[in-house]
Write a protein of this length. Structure first.
Length: 198
């Protein structure tokens, strides 16, 4: 069993976004969850990674007691493989997902960029600027991501603060360049995230 370059690009984008690595026994596995609304997207990920996955996605239900509401999400996980140990070393410190300076050697493929954006990106409603939700990372980590986007993709970004959280912001003048990079990989149901207006 091996991870292809295509699969690795998807895994990198997923780890920058909503995906998690978890130690399951001796080795590590990739765990992926998306809401029912993103069913097409989760099944796309499954089909791209299914040579690494033991079983098809399943629905998981959870109950939010404060809202008194049941939520459903789709989930699948890969096999626990020694192949993921390098990803664990690159993306985790003390079992917490982090961004290190080594990310510049991992985030090189536009497909990774597209998956990261499909996971965590959005377009502003009032202009063509784009956002990527990076508030799970520290401010220094987000600055590392800014540098990598500039060095590896020639995309200039800024950091915008909302409350106590910071997020990555792709200004309108850079948005077209970004969209041209990721467009070939964005699945149909998520094209609205890159629908720039004239």
């Amino acid at each position: 069993m091996k991870i292809t370059d295509h699969q690795n690009a998807i895994i990198v984008g997923t780890l920058l976004g909503d995906g998690l690595l978890e130690r399951n026994g001796k080795y590590v596995r990739l765990s992926i969850d998306h809401s029912i609304k993103q069913k097409e997207y989760l099944w796309w990920k499954y089909n791209e990674l299914k040579t690494l996955v033991p079983s098809k996605p399943r629905i998981i239900k959870s109950y939010h007691s404060r809202e008194q509401k049941e939520y459903k999400r789709l989930h699948f996980a890969t096999y626990s493989l020694d192949l993921f140990e390098c990803h664990w070393d690159a993306f985790y410190t003390n079992s917490k997902k982090t961004i290190s300076n080594f990310i510049n050697t991992w985030l090189r493929d536009p497909l990774s960029l597209a998956v990261w954006y499909m996971d965590d990106g959005s377009k502003r409603s009032d202009c063509n600027a784009l956002r990527i939700s990076t508030d799970s990372f520290s401010l220094p980590e987000q600055k590392i991501l800014q540098n990598v986007l500039k060095e590896n993709f020639d995309i200039m970004t800024t950091l915008h603060r909302k409350g106590k959280w910071w997020n990555l912001y792709i200004p309108q003048k850079e948005a077209k360049k970004f969209v041209e990079l990721v467009f070939p990989y964005i699945i149909p149901s998520l094209k609205y995230k890159i629908a720039l207006t004239l």
